[in-house]
Design a protein around this ligand. Structure first.
Ligand SMILES: Nc1ncnc2c1ncn2[C@@H]1O[C@H](COP(=O)(O)OP(=O)(O)O)[C@@H](O)[C@H]1O
Ligand SMILES: [Mg+2]
Length: 267
């Protein structure tokens, strides 16, 4: 089941324009132009080292592009930084889940929600804040299926639940756009589908306008994406709907890593 697409908007939510990112002499992204439209669910795929995480880091302000431009909601975000970008509505999760092990689910969500509410900056609202915080925690926990786990210590959660808690923390920022770096890595196949279902349902309920995920599981990619962007050695190899992607042996070979059959030369 794919999420419904919201009415097409010619203005992208965000875009990278001819972005190149170098780490010293090494080029991790080459001339990448990528747009995310309203209502889209886009998967970024490619072998290890293709530049997927680097692209997410550039888009979310953690890294500055060496060359090129990144725009979010029509504005150049160069130098804006991840905190301010999160405030403007760009939330993300990380490839390696980094939870506070000693905190409960409720406390973890409270940290995320509080970091959003702090920007209200109105001292007269402080009395309301506990209620807002509590209600918001419960809303986010509900929508991510963690309501029954609010008082559980985060480190004792299953891997799938840790992933959901990480996603829930991103949702606590009331994002416009959410980027997920391998949201289902390290969890069983059955749990992967459950996480994706919860994610898509939660995104609709929370008014998230678009989702970008880095994902290796091609079954999930095919099922949930409107569009697939394949990276290879830092360059965009393909940007197309799932039907076209999975019908293209070159895409499959590049992403899954198997080479097309070529006749062997006689020794
Ligand atoms: N901080 C860094 N310094 C130097 N090289 C890096 C750094 N981060 C990533 N790389 C290299 O850039 C390439 C792309 O990395 P990454 O974006 O993490 O790929 P992916 O997420 O597709 O596996 C890899 O070759 C990786 O080793
Ligand atoms: Mg990565």
């Amino acid at each position: 089941m794919q999420p419904e697409r919201v009415a097409a908007n010619p203005e992208p939510l965000f875009e990278t324009i001819n972005v190149t990112k170098k780490y010293g002499p090494f080029t991790a992204l080459r001339d990448v132009s990528f747009r995310l439209g309203d209502g889209e669910f886009v998967s970024i795929v490619g072998p290890n080292g293709a530049g997927k995480t680097t692209l997410v880091n550039v888009v979310t302000g953690l890294l500055r592009p060496t060359v090129g431009e990144v725009r979010f909601l029509g504005r150049d975000i160069a130098g804006v930084g991840p905190v301010e970008l999160a405030r403007r509505g760009m939330a993300r999760t990380f490839q390696l889940v980094n939870i506070f092990p000693a905190l409960t689910v409720r406390e973890t969500l409270a940290v995320a929600v509080a970091s959003r509410l702090r920007r209200i900056g109105n001292p007269f609202r402080s009395l309301q804040r506990d209620h807002v915080l509590q209600a918001d925690n419960e809303r986010v926990a509900d929508v991510l299926g963690l309501r029954g786990k609010l008082d559980t210590i985060a480190s004792t959660l299953s891997q799938g639940e840790k992933k959901l808690l990480d996603i829930a923390s991103a949702f606590a920022l009331n994002p416009t756009v959410i980027l997920l770096d391998e949201p289902t890595s390290g969890v069983s196949t059955g749990d992967k589908h459950a996480i994706m279902q919860v994610l898509v349902t939660a995104a609709k309920a929370a008014g998230v306008r678009a989702i970008v995920q880095v994902e290796h599981d091609m079954d999930l990619v095919e099922r949930y994406s409107h569009r697939i962007v394949a990276l290879q050695e830092g360059a965009v190899l393909g940007d197309m709907p799932p039907d076209a992607f999975f019908a293209d042996p070159a895409m499959i070979a590049a992403v899954v890593g198997t080479r097309p059959q070529t006749p062997k030369k006689a020794p």
